[in-house]
Design a protein around this ligand. Sequence first.
Ligand SMILES: [Fe+2]
Length: 171
Amino acid sequence: MAQSQKGLEDLLEHGLKDMYYAENAILKALPKMIEGATDKELRNGLEKHREQTEGQIRDLEKCFKAMDKKAEGEKCEAIEGILKEGDSLLKDFGGTPAGDAAIIFSSQAVEHYEIARYGSLRTYADLLGMDDVSDLLNGILEQEIAADEILSELAEDHVNEDALADDDEDA
Ligand SMILES: [Fe+2]
């Protein structure tokens, strides 16, 4: 078999296309999650992240531009799967305190996926000496880490307990 000529810069480009697709899919999925959340703080947190996601899409476009590439997405099966699972959980649990816990459950899977990908991509950009791209990806990465922390705080502060209390009432 012939050796592929593809290198780290190609992998970076592929990853950016993957995340461009993922962010657009997340942006499309968020309104339904916001609507399905009963907890006010969770709704506000998701709304804030929706706005951040719009900015992240613009930042990814800046990355493509810095690399002299066209901004385009490439279907990301991983995010499709995570969002699909989130959607079915929303249908099963939506509108209940356990539904809020389920929204955090699926949102954190999204965030951890994003954190993994942006961490790798930032490292590639660093190695390739693409400082502008690295800074942009680092900015997105920091937002994802903060969003994940807010979700953990909400779950630990009251969302999980509320779901548990609702279980006890039903019992
Ligand atoms: Fe994102």
